[in-house]
Design a protein around this ligand. Structure first.
Ligand SMILES: [Zn+2]
Length: 64
């Protein structure tokens, strides 16, 4: 989300995992009611851009 009422898919740089972190591949994720309310402006004052979609459905560990 880069602006209110604007939700789109974008490519982002993937950082290398640090110590104690793993990289996962998210094959699919959902958008929940809170995400939808965020897009519609229910939570003013958020720092944008914002990555929504924390309802991951399928994860695969691909690196340490
Ligand atoms: Zn949620």
């Amino acid at each position: 989300m880069s602006a209110p009422d604007s939700l789109r898919v974008v490519e982002r740089t993937i950082p290398e995992p640090g110590p104690g972190q793993v990289r996962i591949r998210v094959e699919a994720c959902g958008i929940c009611h809170t995400d939808a309310a965020t897009v519609m402006g229910a939570y003013p004052g958020l720092t944008l851009p914002l990555v929504l979609g924390h309802e991951e459905l399928w994860l695969k560990r691909i690196a340490n």
